[in-house]
Design a protein around this ligand. Structure first.
Ligand code: AMP
Length: 588
């Protein structure tokens, strides 16, 4: 398939944000795509080469890309850099530069999607001392044969700056229309995606086998399943109202969610955002197989740091010490954990997702033999407010965050947040009643003791309709010196020259970041704001929502992807909830 077809589609999609138009362009593109190339097209659309959980990263630095452009165009590096500085987009700069190409190649070949993909894949896999030279050779060979527009997209993919703003749902809508003629079939595609986390694979199956293939889609071991999420409730009363008169309560442990795929001695671990995190937990890989009585199984657990002497649970932050590439053994022995199992999703070749909670829990207790290291999450069947309260008290006393409440007869809803699971956290002392997980989009340099680090962060909530990150507050309190160091270390790798197009903020920060890191904050209230962009227009025209007196809780939520941050809808619900409380108390 000619790469120019894809580049044309990219250009059209870049020029719109309207979902219907995007869907239409995608349908047209998919209809022109041969079956064998469809998965590659779907990955490339998202600026990827493989599904996220495989961890294939292009990781090409701007400097190297500039050198490659220079090599293939004959134009000096300095000139390319100055063109780049004008617009802040290297892809675009390259297309301008290549228009003025002084060297012509005599044997111009048409470039194909397959060739671009294979070359990018080779670049991603290169390692070692000579890899930089090789990367440059590969890039400039592509640029030699590319038209300026094609070159600009190749570079954007390489640098990770291709942002078409296409949500996964939009891709699925378009796949359903292009290959089944019916948008409603999206739901079935969504199921396949939720159990495989691999949109390319889903696309290939629907293109080759139609709905029949998608309906028969099965879970594969070592392909992560998208996690089920919980709604929140504020009180025991609300929980009983929503759950009925008999349901399960489990401790809500404050650790890292881990999805374990186990076959014999082979264990692969995925995080909540489906990253392969096996290397952070060599202890789980080594110790867990002997606790498992199954040939093939997918389990979910919370890995929690513990005090080795007392067995007490320690807060999530303790696990951060394991987030390192080297000397992980030292961190493992210094910060021991237990693995606390709470669900089984797949057992000896069969999906368990459609079983009710109670059946899954019984099966889980049979599969996982408990010992010092592997545990079942404490669970109790509760029937009223008092029983919840008592169990909540126990959970808080042993260092947990609160309770997860689960309906006994309900299936595991992969990839969705709903009412079958509810979380009840201990009342926070902040008046808002709950914490928010927000994305760091920018920062302001610190003064005084904070010089050389970021003193204040600019945070955003997630607008999942538009796939944008909308500013909601600045936060400058709650940080220890250690937090500031750690945040600086993480964030300085995410600095961008220009504000990422997915960021919606009127406030100008000193530095902008790729919207990736999620932090937890509490606040005294949510107010209307003329400056901030969260849920803008939902309550009043040209007015957004903002947090008043926000404070960092100390939790950097590395296990969350930016898209897992609190949504504008959640912020809006909290805003309306606080008004209701005030109203009930006759305050307004
Ligand atoms: P939150 O991150 O506040 O939305 O809460 C959901 C998270 O709680 C999950 O992603 C898990 O990491 C964690 N969790 C702790 N205990 C449990 C449990 N018993 N069942 C399910 N999730 C749990």
């Amino acid at each position: 398939m000619e790469f120019s077809i894809l580049a044309d589609a990219f250009s059209k999609m870049e020029a719109t944000k309207k979902r219907l138009e995007l869907t239409q362009y995608l349908v047209e593109l998919f209809e022109k795509t041969p079956q064998d190339v469809i998965s590659k097209i779907v990955y490339l659309l998202q600026g990827k080469l493989r599904p996220d959980f495989e961890g294939v990263e292009l990781g090409v630095a701007e400097k190297l890309a500039i050198k490659a452009i220079s090599k293939s165009s004959g134009i000096p590096v300095k000139k390319i850099e100055s063109e780049y500085r004008k617009g802040g987009d290297l892809g675009y700069a390259a297309s301008v530069i290549l228009e003025q190409k002084t060297q012509t190649t005599f044997l111009m070949e048409d470039i194909t999607v397959e060739r671009v993909y294979e070359t990018l894949y080779k670049i991603a896999k290169l390692e070692g001392s000579r890899s930089q030279d090789m990367k440059m050779k590969y890039i400039s060979s592509l640029l030699n044969d590319a038209t300026p527009v094609e070159a600009s997209f190749i570079l954007k993919i390489l640098l990770g700056t291709l942002r078409l703003g296409i949500a996964e749902n939009t891709v699925m809508d378009a796949l359903a229309v292009a290959f089944t003629g019916n948008k409603e079939n999206r739901k079935v595609l969504e199921h396949a995606y939720n159990v495989s986390s691999d949109l390319g694979k889903v696309a290939e199956i629907v293109a080759k086998k139609g709905m029949d293939g998608v309906e028969k889609f099965e879970i594969s071991l070592f392909n992560p399943i998208r996690p089920m999420l919980a709604d929140r409730v504020k009180s025991e009363e609300e929980a009983v109202e929503k759950m009925g008169d008999r349901f399960a309560a489990e401790y809500k442990l404050d650790g890292e969610r881990v999805q374990l795929h186990v076959e014999g001695e082979r264990v692969v671990l995925f995080s909540r955002s489906l990253e392969n995190i096996s290397s952070y937990y060599p202890d789980i890989i080594e110790k867990i197989p002997k606790s498992i009585q199954a040939d093939k199984v997918i389990l979910e657990a919370e890995a929690v740091a513990i005090n080795e002497n007392t067995g007490e649970f320690l807060p999530f932050q303790e696990l951060m010490h394991r987030r390192r590439k080297y000397k992980i053994e030292k961190a493992v022995s210094k910060y021991p954990i237990t693995v606390n199992f709470f669900d089984v999703l797949y057992y000896n070749g069969k999906s368990c997702l459609d079983l009710g909670y109670e059946e899954r829990r019984n099966l889980l207790e049979k599969i996982v033999k408990e010992d010092e290291y592997a545990k079942h999450v404490p669970m109790s069947i509760v029937t009223n407010k008092n029983e919840i309260e008592e169990f909540l008290e126990n959970s808080i006393n042993s260092g947990c965050e609160g309770l997860m409440l689960k309906m006994l007869d309900k299936p595991y809803q992969a990839g969705s947040r709903g009412n079958y699971w509810l979380k009840l956290k201990r009342e926070y002392r902040n008046e808002l009643g709950d914490s928010l997980d927000l994305v760091v989009i920018g920062a302001f340099f610190g003064k005084g003791r904070r010089t050389g680090r970021y003193g204040t962060l600019l945070l955003a909530s997630y607008d999942d309709d538009q796939d944008m990150f909308t500013s909601i507050c600045k936060v400058g309190t709650g940080f220890t010196d250690e937090d500031l160091d750690q945040l600086y270390q993480i964030l300085s790798n995410k600095v961008t020259i220009k504000k990422n197009p997915r960021i919606d903020s009127e406030m100008e920060a000193d530095v902008w970041f790729e919207p990736e890191l999620v932090v937890e904050v509490v606040a005294s209230e949510i107010t209307l704001s003329p400056i901030h962009k969260a849920a803008r227009g939902a309550i009043r025209k040209d007015t957004g929502l903002a947090l008043r007196f926000p404070k960092f809780t100390g939790k950097i939520r590395v296990e969350k992807a930016a898209e897992d941050a609190s949504t504008n809808e959640e912020v809006l619900t909290l805003f309306k909830g606080q008004k209701k409380v005030a109203h009930d108390k006759n305050l307004i």
